[in-house]
Structure formats: C-alpha cells, structure tokens
Write a protein that binds this ligand. Structure first.
Ligand code: GDP
Length: 691
C-alpha cells in the first residue's frame, strides 16, 4: 500500500500546478506548534537529518511544503528545490542554508509570507509523506517585530489547517496542554478531534507518571490519539549529530532507553503511544487513510473541474488545439504570407513614386533659391531690387546668364547625393511597411517578436546600404556632366510639375490659415501684413525694430507677419508660374530657359528612373530574398522552448488559451492516475478479502 500514498502525493503535486480551486487539493499533514515546542526536532527525527533553519529569531517565515519520497531501491539521500531548479543536494547542511536564506529573504517588516517553499527529500529511510511546516506560534512579539505578527502567524496557520489536511499538533510535555497553542488552534477547526494527531515532545522533562497522564488526555480527546516523543538527541552524542545519517538511530536508541526505563507508564500494557518510530507509522497510516478517503471526493471535484475546462475549451476556443510552438509557427506563416503580398505590391513603380516625390521637394528648393527668391528684409532695410522672376518671361535663350542659372540648378539636383538619398528613402519605406505588416499581424502584441522582425529587416537593409547607394550614385554619374531631355520627357514634366506646384500652393494656403489662427484672426494678420508692406515700400519710417516690436505690434506678431508676407509672395509667384507652365511658351523644349520648372521636373524624373533600376536589383530583390530566411533564423530554429513559451504567453488571449489546454491536460492526467490507483486499490481489497 506504500505505493498508494506515493502515487497520491505525486497526484497532489500535479494538482498544485493546476492551481485555482481549493477543492482540488489532496490532504497533507500540517505541522503546527509554539516556538520552541520542539516542532523542528520532530520533523528532523522523521527525516533523519538536520535540515531545518535554526536560530532564535523567527527562522521559519514561509510555509515549507515538504515532500518525502521513499526510494527503497537506492541508498542515496538528497533534497531538491524544484522551484529554484536546485537538484540532488546531498549535503543536508546546504539544504539548511538554502532554507535559512529563503526564509530570511522575507523582510523583517513582513516577518511571515504565505508563499510556500517547496522541498523534496528522497531517501530509502523516509516514508512517503507530504508535510507542511509552518512558522511557530509566538506568545509575545519581539522588539523588532511588527505588532500584528502574532495575528499574521495565526492567520497563515489557519489557512493550512483546513480540511482535508491532517493536523500534527505539537505540544511540549513541560507546558500544560491547556496552554498549548497548537491544540487550541486545532480545536477551533477540528472541534471533535477527528483529524488531529497530538504530539507531546520533551517527555524526558516531566516525570513518567505525569507524562503518561498527558498522553491519555481527556480534556481534548483525539480520535487519532497522542504520541509522546523525546526527539532531542542527548548532547553527549554530539558525534551522532555530525554523522547525521545516524540521527534517526540515535534518537530511537535514546527514546527506547528512556521509555523502557518506565515500563509501568509507557510499556505495552500502559495503552499509550510513544516513540518517533510509532509516530512515523501513525503518520503513514493516517495519511494513507485520509488520502484514500479523499480519492472519491477529490476525484469528483476534479471531474467537475475537467468538465468546466473542457466546456470552456469548446466554447471559447472551438476545441482548437494550440501549443506555443504551433502558435509561433502559424503566426510566422501568416506574417510571411502578408509579406509576400506586400512584396507583390511594392516594386519599381512604387519606389519610383517615393523617390520622385522626394526629388520634387528638392526641385522646389532649387526653384525657390534660384528663381523665386524674394527675400523679406528686415523692416529697417530698404526694399530689395526687382525680382528675377519678372525677367523670366523674357529670358533670352542666348544669354549666358540664363544658361548658367539653369545649368547650376540641374547640376545641384544631379549632385545632391541621389544614391544616398534614394537608398535612404526606399529603405525607410520598406522598414515602415514592415512595421505596418507587424501591426496587422498576430505579432502586434508580442514585443519580443516585433523586435526580432524589425531587427531582421534593418540588419539586411543596413548591410546593403553602402553598396546600393554607391551603385546608384555611379549610374547617375553621366547626368552630372550632361543631361538631355527629349520632347516626350518635356511634356511629361510639364504635366507633372503643374500638380507639384498646386500641391505647394495648397501647403502655402494651409500655412497661412495656421498663422491666422495663431495671431487671432484674419483681420489681425492683415493689419500686420499691411504695416510690413508699407515699411518695405518706405511709406513709413521705422526707427530700427526694437525687441518689444514696432508700429504698435509686438516682436512676436511682426515675426508672424513676416512669415505671412513670405507665404503670400510665395503663393503669388507660384500662381504666376502655374500660368506660365500652362502657357504656349512652355509647350516646347526650345523655351526651356523660360520654364525651369518643367526642365528640372524632367531631370528629376530621369534621375529617379535610373536610380530605381539599381535600387531594385541591389536593394529590393535582395531584401525580398533574404528577409523570409532571416525571419526563420530569428523566430525559428534559434529559440529555446522557454523563449517560445514566453513569446506565446505575451499575448493574453493566447496565454489563456494555452492555460486552458494545459489545465485540461493536467486534470486528465490526474484523473487517469487516480483511476488506475482506484483499480489497484480495488484489487487489493479483493485480495485482502480472500486472505
Ligand atoms: P521549534 O522552535 O518548535 O522548532 O523547537 P526546536 O525543535 O528547535 O526545539 C526547541 C528546543 O527544545 C531545542 O533546544 C531542542 O533541543 C529542545 N528539544 C526539542 N525536543 C526535545 C525533547 O524531546 N527533549 C528535550 N529535553 N529537549 C527537546
């Protein structure tokens, strides 16, 4: 029947991983007692090793859930802390140190914590038992301890001494049982004394007659009885202490000597239970019986819990199986699929569009700097010379002045570093498209995956950056010396630049609106503009603009006014140039000096078209080839199981889904194990019946 308790303890440990409902627990033996009642000594005499924290200052601050595993086929004795990943600790003083550290890690201000420490001890000399050691009850609160400590310890113990647990109530023989904190607590939750075992320690400290009376206590009779022990090893056997393997033998020898010296009180005729060996046997029997009794009820509770989990799985998740790996694999597939769609939709035309739009801005910059420049002077400076713009319609095709101006503008475009610029804008367009793809993918709620994907993209793009921009720069090199535009290109440019100018015009208008709002209305802005205009024409004399402003306008207002004047003039010029571009004059390439807008637009288109050919080969195709492979590396083979699990659980929805499945699996496993145990037990009963 040993196998039964062992299996039940194993089931109990699996159940503790299921968590949640308190109905899903199998019984354990909970050890309570006042400080110094001899609680640790009893536990150590059962285990046969000194392993519990020692010291005067509240050394047990957390529950210790102790699982003893009998290993008859091996001589090795060792402990394990499964939560800490500490395995096979054969040195029990090291277990003791770890326990002390874990306990002392609970800050003094809290003093106790209900977070249990899990410890398993494997040995051929221990019975299969599941014991929980709790902080000892205290009488008075120490100097550095919080006042409510007494209360906290008592509450913590109360949590554990609930059914179906068995209570091991430790009391010392030299203290009146009526004053035993352990028995008082047990009586509160087990008034009929049905699941409490009384342990009376320090039997050697009272005379034998008195001891025997205590063990047959009638005040608080216990169905499971009292056991008297002497669990302290006499100090002269310090030798035994060092050789802890003999602790058990030393104790029982010592106990034997003591109890057999009083045959009248403790002998077989006396009708009392004494000795650690007796206690161990009792614990085994009681635990087995209690476990056996809960087999049915806990089994039913588990069955019900399983039904609930199964229902939730069906209704919420449509019975869809899921594992962290499959979730990752599916997410990756979905992402790759959307990437494929993106790749099909983003090619040369799209890159051309992006690059051309960027170059359009550069064209506008050149036009503004070389043709449309109307600097707004300080108010105290005389107005500027008449603008070049006024000369444009009569630009003489033979004048070197206009030649130089157009050449300089075109060469500023070809030499602005198109290779770098083009590579940059295309690379960042790719990167931001990848970001968008992530946002629409299952990876959106996975910071870890998002980072991995973003890095996969940027590492490829960075790696290709320099060679691509060099290539592109090389290919447009001829245009730096000469650039020929044919009729077709001219007409295209003429069509296109009209749109660019209109867009620029609407930007000017929008900026003007913003200024109006900023200064508090159209009228106000108009007043400032009028003042600035008059000052520029010299209609009014401005005595040097001071910090506080001029003409009754604050300096800030004047600054806004100047911006407005600039925008208005820019808009005027653009309107004029729009008319020019549409005019007959600009229809023919022969008049290119009249129409720098069209010419520069055509140049920009040529630059964009050539660049895109090489961007496509050097950057985009390479990216399309490498990216999916890089994803496989980063989110596939290289991840450990823990990383995959962590990844999947980043998404709360997935986490819940995975947890339901795990819960279901654990419960199924537990039920299966319980069922086979029940069959085993049934067979046993039949066998016993036959005997
Ligand atoms: P805990 O605080 O309840 O864990 O108590 P301990 O097990 O640390 O014991 C408190 C003190 O009582 C220690 O000095 C033990 O050596 C001593 N002690 C424990 N059991 C016995 C016993 O059966 N007889 C005697 N004489 N002393 C004991």
């Amino acid at each position: 029947m040993m196998v039964f308790t062992k299996n039940m303890i194993e089931i109990r440990n699996i159940l503790s991983k299921v968590g949640q409902s308190s109905t899903l627990t199998l019984p354990s033996i909970v050890v309570i007692g006042s400080q110094s009642s001899g609680k640790s000594s009893v536990l150590e005499s059962i285990v046969g090793h000194e392993f519990l924290p020692k010291g005067s200052n509240m050394v047990t601050r957390r529950p210790i859930e102790l699982t003893l595993v009998n290993t008859p086929e091996s001589t090795a004795e060792y402990g394990e802390f499964p939560d800490l990943g500490l395995r096979k600790i054969t040195d029990f003083s090291s277990i003791q140190r770890t326990l002390t550290e874990l306990n002392l890690a609970v800050p003094d201000t809290e003093c106790v914590s209900d977070d249990p420490i899990h410890l398993r001890i494997y040995s051929p000399n221990v019975p299969d038992l599941s014991l929980i050691d709790l902080p000892g009850y205290i009488q008075v609160v120490g100097q550095n301890q919080p006042l409510e400590l007494k209360q906290k310890i008592s509450e913590l113990c109360d949590k554990y001494i609930q059914p179906p647990n068995v209570i091991l109530a430790i009391s010392a023989a030299d203290v009146d049982l009526a004053n035993s904190a352990a028995l008082r607590a047990s009586r509160r939750v087990d008034p009929r004394g049905e699941r409490t075992i009384g342990v009376v320690t320090k039997m050697d400290l009272v005379d034998a007659t008195r001891g025997a009376v205590i063990l047959t206590d009638k005040q608080y009779p216990l169905r499971l009885g009292y056991v008297g022990v002497v669990s302290k090893v006499p100090s002269m056997t310090g030798l035994f202490k060092r050789d802890t393997g003999n602790l058990m033998a030393a104790i029982s020898r010592n106990e034997n000597a003591f109890f057999s010296a009083h045959p009248l009180e403790f002998g077989p005729e006396a009708g009392v239970n004494v000795g650690t060996i007796t206690l161990r046997k009792k614990l085994m029997n009681v635990l087995e019986q209690t476990m056996s009794a809960s087999l049915q009820t806990t089994g039913d509770a588990i069955q019900q819990e399983l039904e609930e989990a199964t229902y939730e799985f069906k209704v919420q998740y449509n019975d869809r199986p899921l594992s962290a790996e499959s979730y990752l694999a599916e997410s990756l597939d979905t992402f790759k699929h959307s990437f494929k769609q993106f790749a099909d939709s983003f090619g040369r035309p799209q890159m051309h569009e992006i690059l051309k739009t960027t170059l359009d801005q550069r064209v506008l910059d050149q036009l503004a700097a070389r043709y449309w420049n109307k600097p707004i002077a300080d108010l105290s400076v005389p107005p500027p010379e008449p603008d070049n713009i006024a000369d444009l319609p009569k630009a003489d095709p033979d004048s070197p002045y206009w030649h130089r101006k157009l050449d300089a503008s075109a060469s500023a475009l070809t030499k602005l570093g198109v290779g770098r610029l083009g590579t940059t804008v295309v690379a960042s367009a790719i990167q931001s498209n990848i970001d968008k793809l992530i946002d629409q993918s299952p990876f959106v709620s996975h910071p870890f995956a998002r980072q991995a994907i973003t890095e996969a993209a940027s590492s490829i793009l960075n790696e290709r950056f320099y060679s691509t921009s060099d290539q592109v720069e090389n290919c447009i090199k001829p245009y730096k010396f000469e650039i020929d535009i044919d009729e077709r290109e001219w007409n295209q440019g003429r069509d296109h630049v009209g749109g660019v100018l209109k867009t620029e015009l609407s930007h000017c208008e929008a900026a003007m609106k913003n200024l109006e709002n900023a200064v508090g209305g159209k009228r106000k802005l108009k007043e400032v503009i009028n003042y600035i205009d008059k000052a520029r024409k010299g209609d009014i004399v401005v005595e040097g603009e001071s910090r506080s402003g001029a003409g009754g306008f604050s300096a800030a207002l004047l600054a806004k006014g100047r911006e407005a004047v600039f925008l208005r003039d820019r808009a005027d010029i653009i309107n004029m140039r729009l008319l020019a571009v549409k005019s007959k004059q600009c229809k023919s390439i022969k008049n290119k000096y009249y129409c720098p807008e069209v010419f520069l637009d055509a140049v920009a288109t040529k630059l964009a078209a050539t660049s895109v050919l090489f961007l496509n080969v050097e950057l985009l195709s390479e990216f399309y080839y490498q990216f999916p492979r890089e994803l496989d590396v980063k989110l596939g083979r290289h991840l450990s199981d823990e990383q995959i699990e962590m990844f999947a659980k980043e998404d709360p929805k997935v986490k819940r889904h995975l947890e339901v499945i795990r819960r279901k699996e654990l419960l199924e496993l537990v039920l299966e194990k319980m069922e086979s145990l029940r069959q085993l037990e049934g067979r046993d009963r039949v066998k016993r019946g036959r005997e």
